[in-house]
Design a protein around this ligand. Structure first.
Ligand code: GLN
Length: 464
């Protein structure tokens, strides 16, 4: 059986009709993964699905899960030596919901260590390689979740998005990546990097698959007090009103810009109402507000890896400084750098200068975003200002990777739903377009993406 190019929904339909069964489907993706994983490095842990019959919406289909989402009895490493042998005693709520609906786990995917990165190169287990060209990065931090879908190593996957980690790799591999509104999916069991910014998201080849899975995992969870119910009902067909901020598009490389503008002319021809404004006045503060808050939260969240509560045990020599140096040495260089930055930002002398100011900026950014976007169905800008770079380039120049987040951090600061879909092609790569809505408008954003997909017909259906 060859399922390349199949959507999850069409697979489920075929199972229902009795023309295929879940075991064959799981076998296809498992074999493909065995065959390709040495090259792509999408999975840290790959599991052979058993063939017990399961009912429910997902009919026993196995999915890929990012390795920072807790899975009971299955190693969850965050792509870090610190958690190399950690096996969670419980499932994340998103995972238990998938299981309740008849889903299985095909494997745990590679990522930037503790979700810190934009390229998938910061994993302690080696970089993920882009299925479109193996010498190039996949985008991160949910690099394995994107590569697995793009290379037919999974029908669909879960990732997490703190500042673009679902959308960046979706854009770099030519698939769909959806970051729900903050709180729309429970964070219970998602190993924390920066709690106030992140959410579990979904990566798939087709928007309809992503929407289907989103509805299965969304909703208020008593185990996460920040979770909420967003509207899941769909409106009738409507004519989307889209806003484009020109200065955001201008931040992109020329070839990206050209493909992006071409996609605008097409949706405009097909009846979308497209309005342009010149700029977003707080653009220059987006990255600094994001990285200040993210590093501050990371430094407190990661203090639990001390060899006592979490992390490999180390021998104590009776000297605290020696002990803590050894216990914390399991972190990779990017994680260490961010813990140090975060600790500095939160220190007594600098808290007000950096942390409080970043929180104030986030508030202003939210207010301006809401003022500008209210009255429209979504904002439409490129996802990444650049195309994938060669593996190794961002390790030499980490600031380049930070800068590539300039268009993805906004919805994390505002708590908005945001989706990246392929809207253009350049050589073997794709250009991702990003739709951003007001918080709670998740289904509206997904609906507009479906309409755009239909019009633009730019698809990485994974046929190779
Ligand atoms: N690239 C951003 C960072 O490194 C976003 C990562 C993410 O969304 N997890 O923080």
């Amino acid at each position: 059986m060859n399922l390349e190019g199949y959507s999850l929904l069409s697979i489920l339909k075929e199972i229902e009709r009795g023309s295929i069964n879940a075991e064959d489907v799981n076998d296809f993706y498992y074999k493909k993964s065995l065959q390709l994983n040495d090259k792509i490095n999408a999975y840290i842990t790959l599991l052979k699905p058993d063939d017990k019959k399961i009912n429910g919406n997902l009919k026993g289909i196995a999915l890929a899960i990012k390795d920072n989402i807790s899975t009971k009895g299955i190693k969850t490493t965050c792509a870090s030596k610190m958690l190399e042998s950690y096996v969670p005693p419980y499932d994340a709520t998103a995972v238990s919901k998938l299981k309740e609906q008849g889903g299985r786990i095909l494997g745990k995917t590679n990522m930037d260590e503790f979700a810190m990165g934009s390229s998938g190169e910061n994993s302690a287990f080696g970089p993920t390689r882009n299925p479109l060209n193996n010498d190039y990065v996949t985008g991160g931090s949910s690099s394995g979740s994107a590569a697995a879908v793009a290379a037919n190593m999974a029908p669909i996957s879960l990732g997490s998005d703190t500042g673009g980690s679902v959308r960046a790799p979706a854009s770099f591999t030519g698939i769909v990546g959806f970051k729900p509104s903050y709180g729309a999916v429970s964070r219970y069991g998602l190993i924390a990097y920066a709690n106030s910014l992140e959410v579990i998201g979904i990566l798939g080849k087709y928007t309809k698959d992503v929407k289907f899975l989103f509805k299965l995992i969304a909703g208020k969870d008593p185990l996460d007090s920040t979770s909420l119910n967003v509207e899941l009902n769909e409106k009738e067909q409507f004519k989307p009103k889209i806003l484009v901020i020109k200065s955001f598009v201008e931040l992109s490389k020329d070839e990206v810009k050209k493909e992006f503008y071409r996609s605008i002319s097409k949706i405009d021809e097909e009846g979308f109402e497209v309005k342009f404004i010149d700029s977003f006045s707080l653009t220059e503060y987006l990255l600094s507000a994001y990285y200040t808050i993210a590093c501050a939260e990371a430094s407190t969240n990661l203090s639990r890896y001390d060899g006592i509560r979490y992390g490999p045990k180390v021998e104590s020599t009776g000297n605290w400084r020696d002990y803590i140096t050894k216990a914390r040495s399991f972190f990779g260089p990017e994680v260490k750098a961010r813990i140090m930055m975060g600790t500095f930002i939160l220190s007594a002398g600098y808290y007000e200068t950096y942390y409080l100011r970043a929180l104030q900026l986030r508030k202003l950014i939210r207010q301006e975003f809401e003022k500008i976007v209210r009255g429209y169905d979504a904002l439409y800008i490129p996802t990444m200002p650049v195309l994938p770079w060669r593996i190794g380039e961002a390790i030499e120049d980490p600031k380049m990777a930070y800068a590539s987040d300039v268009l993805t951090v906004l919805p994390n600061l505002t708590g908005s739903p945001a989706l990246s879909l392929p809207v253009g092609r350049i050589r073997e790569f794709f250009v991702g377009g990003q739709l951003i809505g007001l918080r709670g408008d998740d289904i509206k954003v997904l609906k507009i993406a479906e309409m755009m997909e239909e019009i633009l017909k730019v698809k990485n259906d994974g046929r190779n």
